[in-house]
Design a protein around this ligand. Structure first.
Ligand SMILES: Cc1ncc(C[n+]2csc(CCOP(=O)(O)OP(=O)(O)O)c2C)c(N)n1
Length: 624
C-alpha cells in the first residue's frame, strides 16, 4: 500500500496500471487540489482507500469523511469560496442528500474551483436505484464531463478542475461503476511543483453569497452565462473526438461505458459506423454534433439510462430542419441497466441487423455457484435478528434502514420488511404507527446512518410523540462500505477524535426509554426488546456488537493469534437444525444424512451460535 502512496506522489512522469478511482487521486494531486471531502458509498470508497496510502504528513491536500454528503458538499464549498481547489465525491444517491446545497453552487462564485465527483451506478450494482444524475446537472446549470476509462478519469479530472477554477463554477465529473473499477495502463504526467499558498481569500466582494429572493434572478443569469461560455469552450476542446470509419451513412454518438462497449463490439464487425465520442455531456456543444448529423443519414445516440442527450439532439435537428434519422431509445430495455458489450451488441443488432448479423444467444449461466449476499460468520446483526425475532408477533411491522443489517430481510430472519434510503426507517415507522393500535412497529438503523440522516427522524418521532421502537444496530463502523470511521467511533480519517456516544445523544434529546445490550446476549436482548415495545412512545434498544469482519481481521494481524472454531458433538446433536434453519450462520452445512458440519474455512470461533442449539450440541470454540 505504501508503494501506491509513493506512486501517487511521484515527481517524474510514469506509466502504471491503475483503477479509475486511483487515477483520480493522482489527478487530484497533479491539479493542486487542496480540500477533498466525501461520505462513503459504492463505487467510490476506493478513492479514499487510495488517499489513505499517502502518509498523512505527505498528503498534499486535506481529506475528510464528513457526516453525510450534504455536509461534505458544504465543507468543499466553504473551502472553494476561500480560494482553495476543492473536490467532493460520493455515490449516486448521495446527491439526493447533498441536493439542497448542491443546486445553489452554480449561483455562487467558487473562487478556488470545485469538482463534484459522482459515482453513478447504472445497473444498480450496489444502490437502491439506478438514478441518472445528469438530470441534476441540467437542473443546477452545472457542466458535466463523463470519462470512459481510468486514463480519461485522470485527464478529465484535471480538465474539470481547470475549467471550474477558470469559470469559478462547480463542474461534475460523472463516473460510473465500471469506470471507477476498471483498470488500465495510464500515462501520468510529471507532478508540477505544489503551490502551497493557502491564504484564506474569502470576501463578499466576490459574491453575493447570499441567494436572497431579490438576487436569485441575477445569480441565475450569471450561471447561465457561464454555462454558455463552457459550451463555447467545448467547441474548441479536443476532448470530443471523431473516429472516422469512412462511413457516410451510419454514425453513433457515444461516451462513457457505452463507448467502450461499442468499440469492443465493433472490433468483431466488418461494417463500422463513424463515431462521435463526447466528453462534455452538459452543456452540449452542438456545432460538432450538427456537423456529424449532416454528414450521416442515420445517427444512433447510444445513451445509458435516460434519454437526455437524445432529446437535446433531436430538438436541435428539428430547429435546424435536418433530415438525418436520429435513433435513440427503442424500447424499455434501452432505459434499464449497464450498457455492457452484450447489451450494446443487442441494441446495434436491433437497429442495424446488417452490422451485427450473428447475434449469438447469451452465454449459458456460469458454473460458478451463486454467492448471494449474507451476513458474515459471527456478525452481531445475526445474533440480534435471531434474538429480536423471538420478541416479535407475526403481525408486528419491521422497517429496515440501509447497511449490513438490511440483509435481515432474508430468510431465516425476515426482519425488515420495508426499506427506502439512509435514515428513512424512523420516519416510515412513525407513519406506520398512525391509526395502528394493534401492531408494534420496530425500526432498525446502523450507527453510521444514525449520524448521517437518522437524527431528524428521531427528533420528529420524539417531537410528534410517535409510538415506535428503534433498534440501533451499533457495530462501531460504517461496515457495508468498507469500515470507514464515523462520529461514534472515536476516530476520524486523519486522527483520533472525541467519540460521540449514541446513548448520550439520545439522552440529550430527551429519550427516556433507552436499553443497551451486546447482541451476543441473545436472551437479554429478546427481553429488552419486549420491554421496549411495551413502552408507550419512542423507545430505543442499542443492540451493540463490534463488526466481526473488522475485528477478526485486526486479530489475525496480531502476533500469537490462534484461529478457533466451534465443534458439533454428533452424539448430542438431535438434528433439530436450529443452527441452520433459525440462526443461519453460513458456517453450518447440513449433510445428506441430516448431520450438521462446521466449515472450518468460515467459522471464526466467535461462539455466538452456542446458545442457539436447544440440545447443547455446539461446543465452545477450540483451537483449529
Ligand atoms: C445517501 C447514501 N449514501 C451512502 C450510501 C452507501 N451506504 C450503504 S450502506 C452504508 C453504511 C451504513 O453504515 P451503518 O449505518 O453503520 O451500517 P452497517 O453497514 O455498519 O451495519 C452506506 C454508507 C447510501 N446507500 N446512501
Amino acid at each position: 500500500m505504501k508503494l501506491m502512496g509513493e506512486m501517487l506522489l511521484r515527481r517524474e512522469s510514469f506509466d502504471e496500471i491503475v483503477m479509475g478511482n486511483t487515477a483520480l487521486v493522482r489527478a487530484m494531486v497533479e491539479a493542486g487540489t487542496q480540500v477533498v471531502t466525501s461520505y462513503p458509498g459504492s463505487p467510490t470508497p476506493e478513492i479514499a482507500a487510495a488517499i489513505q496510502t499517502i502518509s498523512p504528513d505527505r498528503r498534499p491536500f486535506y481529506f475528510e469523511f464528513s457526516t453525510n454528503e450534504k455536509v461534505a458538499t458544504e465543507v468543499a464549498y466553504g473551502a472553494s469560496v476561500n480560494g482553495h481547489l476543492a473536490t467532493v465525491f460520493f455515490k449516486s444517491v448521495g446527491l439526493n442528500v447533498a441536493a439542497d446545497t448542491f443546486v445553489q453552487l452554480s449561483l455562487m462564485e467558487l473562487l478556488g474551483g470545485m469538482v463534484v465527483v459522482l459515482g453513478d451506478d447504472p445497473g444498480a450494482n450496489s444502490s437502491q436505484n439506478e438514478q441518472d444524475n445528469r438530470h441534476y446537472a441540467h437542473m443546477a446549470y452545472t457542466p458535466l464531463l463523463e470519462p470512459s476509462s481510468p486514463g480519461e478519469v485522470y485527464l478529465f479530472y484535471k480538465e474539470a478542475a481547470q475549467l471550474s477554477r477558470q469559470m469559478r463554477m462547480p463542474v461534475i465529473l460523472r463516473l460510473t461503476t465500471h469506470v471507477c473499477h476498471a483498470k488500465e495502463s495510464v500515462h501520468f504526467e510529471a507532478r508540477p511543483p505544489f503551490d502551497a499558498k493557502r491564504d484564506p481569500l474569502f470576501t463578499v466582494d466576490h459574491g453575493p453569497y447570499i441567494p436572497l429572493p431579490a438576487s436569485v434572478a441575477e445569480l441565475k443569469g450569471r450561471a447561465l452565462d457561464k454555462l454558455e461560455k463552457v459550451r463555447s469552450f467545448a467547441a474548441s476542446s479536443e476532448l470530443n473526438t471523431l473516429i472516422d470509419h469512412q462511413n457516410e451513412t451510419l454514425g453513433v454518438i457515444a461516451w462513457g461505458l457505452p463507448y467502450l462497449s461499442l468499440m469492443d463490439t465493433l472490433a468483431h464487425t466488418t461494417s463500422k459506423p463513424d463515431i462521435l465520442k463526447l466528453a462534455i455531456v452538459h452543456p452540449l456543444e452542438t456545432g460538432v454534433i450538427v456537423d456529424f448529423l449532416q454528414s450521416h443519414k442515420e445517427v444512433l445516440v447510444l445513451e445509458e439510462l435516460d434519454d437526455l442527450v437524445e432529446k437535446e439532439i433531436k430538438a436541435k435537428a428539428y430547429d435546424l430542419g435536418l433530415n438525418t434519422k436520429i435513433i435513440g431509445k427503442v424500447d424499455r430495455h434501452d432505459w434499464i441497466g449497464e450498457y455492457t458489450p452484450d447489451k450494446v451488441k443487442t441494441i446495434l443488432h436491433k437497429i442495424w441487423p446488417g452490422m451485427i448479423p450473428d447475434l449469438r444467444p447469451p452465454l449459458p449461466p456460469s458454473e460458478v455457484p451463486d454467492r448471494p449476499p449474507q451476513m458474515c460468520p459471527g456478525c452481531g446483526h445475526r445474533s440480534a435478528f435471531h434474538a429480536i425475532k423471538q420478541a416479535l408477533a407475526d403481525t408486528d411491522i419491521t422497517v429496515a434502514d440501509i447497511g449490513c443489517h438490511t440483509l435481515g430481510y432474508l430468510p431465516p430472519y425476515e426482519v425488515g420488511e420495508l426499506l427506502m434510503c439512509m435514515g428513512a426507517s424512523t420516519g416510515i415507522g412513525s407513519g406506520l404507527s398512525l391509526f395502528n393500535h394493534t401492531r408494534s412497529v420496530l425500526v432498525f438503523m446502523g450507527d453510521s446512518t444514525f449520524f448521517h440522516a437518522g437524527l431528524p427522524g428521531v427528533v420528529n418521532a420524539l417531537h410528534n410523540r410517535h409510538n415506535i421502537t428503534m433498534i440501533v444496530m451499533e457495530n462501531g463502523t460504517t461496515a457495508m462500505t468498507g469500515h470507514q470511521d464515523h462520529a461514534g467511533t472515536g476516530r476520524n480519517f486523519n486522527t483520533t477524535a472525541e467519540k460521540i456516544p449514541i446513548r448520550k445523544v439520545l439522552e440529550g434529546l430527551g429519550v427516556e426509554a433507552i436499553f443497551e445490550v451486546d447482541t451476543y446476549q441473545q436472551k437479554r436482548l429478546t427481553e429488552m426488546v419486549k420491554t421496549a415495545m411495551d413502552v408507550n412512545g419512542f423507545s430505543v434498544v442499542i443492540a451493540r456488537h463490534p463488526c466481526m469482519l473488522k475485528f477478526t481481521r485486526e486479530q489475525r494481524r496480531k502476533p500469537g493469534f490462534e484461529p478457533r472454531q466451534v465443534q458439533i458433538d454428533q452424539a448430542i446433536c438431535s438434528q433439530v437444525h436450529a443452527c441452520v434453519a433459525q440462526f443461519g450462520c453460513p458456517t453450518f452445512t447440513r449433510g445428506s444424512d441430516g448431520s450438521v458440519e462446521i466449515n472450518p474455512d468460515l467459522c471464526i470461533g466467535d461462539g455466538s451460535c452456542v446458545q442457539t442449539c436447544p440440545t447443547g450440541a455446539i461446543g465452545m470454540p477450540v483451537k483449529k
